[in-house]
Design a protein around this ligand. Sequence first.
Ligand SMILES: C[S@@+](CC[C@H](N)C(=O)[O-])C[C@H]1O[C@@H](n2cnc3c(N)ncnc32)[C@H](O)[C@@H]1O
Length: 323
Amino acid sequence: MEDTISNTEKRPQFGNRLLENAEEVFKHNAWDNVQWDEEQEKAAKEKVQLNSQTTFTEDTLKDLDTNADKHWDSFYDIHQNRFFKDRHWLFTEFPELAPDNTSAPLRVYPNNDETVKSIKPEVGNQASNVKRYIFEIGCGVGNTIFPILQYSRDPNLFIYGCDFSTKAIEIIRENELYDTSRCCVFVLDATKSEWDVPFEKDSLDIIVLIFVLSAIDPTKMKLVIDNIYRYLKPGGLVVFRDYGRYDLAQLRFKKGRCISDNFYARGDKTKVYFFTQEEVSSLFKEAGFLEEQNLVDRRLQVNRGKMLTMYRVWIQGKYRKPL
Ligand SMILES: C[S@@+](CC[C@H](N)C(=O)[O-])C[C@H]1O[C@@H](n2cnc3c(N)ncnc32)[C@H](O)[C@@H]1O
């Protein structure tokens, strides 16, 4: 009977729309957990080999590195807050961000899938008077911060956000949802070895890394992860989602955009790296984190109007600082 079904069971599920019959591909806008066969993997590898030669001059490479923040400023000058869409998947993938929000579809994972290693998140048992601090690195124009503020009613939650683009921080602060009693954003280059931040070491509950580590030179990623470890409280969690190796965006790069292996500069001079699950795992484990989740999210997006198929690959992880 309808009213004997629990709330959890009634929630829509996400992650289980599997394409079982290839002929049905244009029936929906997206398919989950799409398996790649050897041929598709080989074709992707070949495309990457073709676009992997570095032909940038020393001067260009220097400009891409030293002016990285300015290139993101220009990006935000043009796109303001229209480019990155607010994400519906946020609370499905990371219920920890707003445990009091139960409106998001529940994530389900395919059975016996070796690409998914996950410990069920512990959510919803926050002690009522304890302050919770979330810090988002590379928060851009607030596409994660604002949904959390909107969906969480937790009066004890406070969100910090940083970005090295002054323009992005300006845009967030002008947003009518920017409420200084619930959040604070500031300019910080996360690759700096010493962070100038308005909170103490060992003080944060959750650090959010969503499509930001990929924008950072792989040689500087360790620095960032080490600082994250310092500022999280023991038992604190990192939630990570970013581009995966052979994502459509990587395969689309033309020759001449590669900076180093799997690291590219877009036409607007912003940069992007494409991770494997193993790389993400090593980065965090070597810094001392415990791995709670490390999965590859392969989605087939379909443009039914243009009859186009787009294979997306994202890596998602959850890493905990030991108690
Ligand atoms: C792809 S955007 C993602 C923005 C946001 N996380 C989102 O998902 O909408 C990458 C962001 O990282 C920021 N970023 C890149 N390198 C950074 C660094 N070293 N320190 C702080 N922010 C950085 C960029 O300015 C940009 O806002």
